[in-house]
Design a protein around this ligand. Structure first.
Ligand SMILES: [Zn+2]
Length: 134
């Protein structure tokens, strides 16, 4: 089980690098519930992360689930394995911190370009990690 609060400070400092487009990172027990309380459509019961546009500021909020189970983590990595990423890239994500960092950057990618596909967001996140800026 991954407890996001353990990585909070490090995640917030990464998000600050994108403060032109990301206004906050919010850690929530349930992404679906947070969304439904605000009239935002979310059908998945166990979303690990989501990027939401704040219409009043034009910036994005990134939601991260408080906990990510091993099964959720595995299903996210499995889905990515269908998108042609290298074994080294996929294996790097077995490390919890690298997984969480990639997840946050994936959501930042949605903020960066709302027309990016899931694969493009994953690529963008890997690129940021490779650039060693993060
Ligand atoms: Zn996504």
């Amino acid at each position: 089980m991954i407890y996001i609060s353990k990585y909070k400070e490090r995640l917030f400092s990464i998000a600050r690098l994108f403060d032109a487009i990301v206004e906050d990172v919010i850690i929530v027990p349930s992404v679906k519930e947070w969304c439904s309380l605000r009239g935002i459509t979310e059908t998945s019961e166990d979303r690990a992360g989501k990027c939401v546009l704040n219409l009043s500021t034009g910036k994005h909020l990134i939601l991260l689930a408080t906990t990510i189970s091993d099964d959720e983590k595995k299903s996210i990595i499995d889905a990515m394995s269908l998108h042609g990423f290298s074994l080294a890239e996929l294996e790097s994500l077995t490390d919890d911190w690298k997984f969480v960092k990639h997840l946050l950057l994936h959501e930042c990618a949605h903020a960066f370009n709302s027309s990016f596909s899931e694969r493009q967001c994953d690529c963008w996140a890997f690129d940021k990690i490779k650039e060693s800026v993060i």
